[in-house]
Ligand binder design. Sequence first.
Ligand SMILES: [Ca+2]
Ligand SMILES: [Ca+2]
Length: 242
Amino acid sequence: MKRSLLLLTPLFLFPLAADVIRFQEGDLRNLSTDTLLDASYGMDNVMIREDQPTTTGNGNQFFVGREAGNNTLRGLIEYDISALDGLYSSIDSVSLILNIKANGSGGNFNIGLYEYAFPVDESTATWNSPALGDSTPGGSVGTLLSSANAPGGSGPVDVTFANSSAFQSAVNSALSGDGKLRFLVKQDSGGSSDFRRFTADGDGTTADRPELLISFNAIPEPSTALLLISAAMLGFFCRRGV
Ligand SMILES: [Ca+2]
Ligand SMILES: [Ca+2]
């Protein structure tokens, strides 16, 4: 074995554990160490609705689905994930958890989490003008990142949009771009009067607000790297019988 390969062996034998950061309005946190990183972290989360096309639905809930009259209800979300800059070497997995704690309408149906390519401003977004540069009523729907079943009935219940390769790609694109990860949330099955009431980032209970979880492989600390290299060198010399 070449010496350079032998030196690297311990890095593969003992991969560093992934860290998890949770992005949530009012609570940016390293979950692996339970360290609060920013208590004033802000995200954008807003409802746009077809029956009120010029109204900004920036409250404590956002509805997704369709209401009586077949009017569509959607959510827009934007997270700034640039806190990962300088911390991560690669993205391990990503998921989004939305909470329901109030009755919606109808039985189970599927909800899609889609990539959204325009800057979300929760204080101005409307059905007719969802974002700067996007003049498509209801928002331009991007790549499907993840799907979830939204159960009928009352909450509280969490709806999880699980990891996918497209979801991870969106995270990597955001990190190599402006650091913003943006979603459009919409109904993908069900009837014309089925909708869910999701807890929005404006809710009074921080823990119920939308949570973005990103698991990442950290850049090794210099001391850790030094330790691994020392261990590798020790192994090398032991094998040589020096
Ligand atoms: Ca906000
Ligand atoms: Ca909001």
